[in-house]
Design a protein around this ligand. Sequence first.
Ligand code: IDP
Ligand code: MG
Length: 148
Amino acid sequence: MEERTFVYLKPNTIQRQLVGEVIRRFERRGLKIVALKMLWLNQEQAEALYAEHKGKNFYEPLIKFVTSGPIVAMILEGPHAVRLVRHTIGSTDPLEASGGTIRGDFAVSVRKNIVHASDSPESARREISLFFDEKEIFDYPLLLEEHF
Ligand code: IDP
Ligand code: MG
């Protein structure tokens, strides 16, 4: 089942120069990058993205953190992409993330856990539409696809 999911690399990932390392893991998994850009979230964009967490104790520091510097946003496509990407990034809390996952290998803090990924096909659709125009998304064949 081909699916698309929204992913972004958090500001500390850019600061730690792990952009290539993290993207490499998604490519290695066999996911196709169909959109990719750097942007700097403003307050409104961050609040829209994290609306479900408004009022929680970690919400304000989270918004402050994700607006503190540029991020790298992308759309990844592949079979069951939402679940596949969530498995690839690991649990929200690095203490629970398995070794071999992105968070398990690179994160020590829940807030600064390297990467965001949509948690369901519905949130993927919502989050993609928050950050990408149709014309920024590319539909193209990946010739290796048959080998995954
Ligand atoms: P997710 O990113 O794995 O989907 P969510 O529960 O949706 O996790 O939380 C969104 C983000 O909020 C997390 O990635 C993390 O950065 C931050 N966060 C969640 N829970 C906590 C917490 O208990 N303390 C600090 N930050 C948190
Ligand atoms: Mg979430």
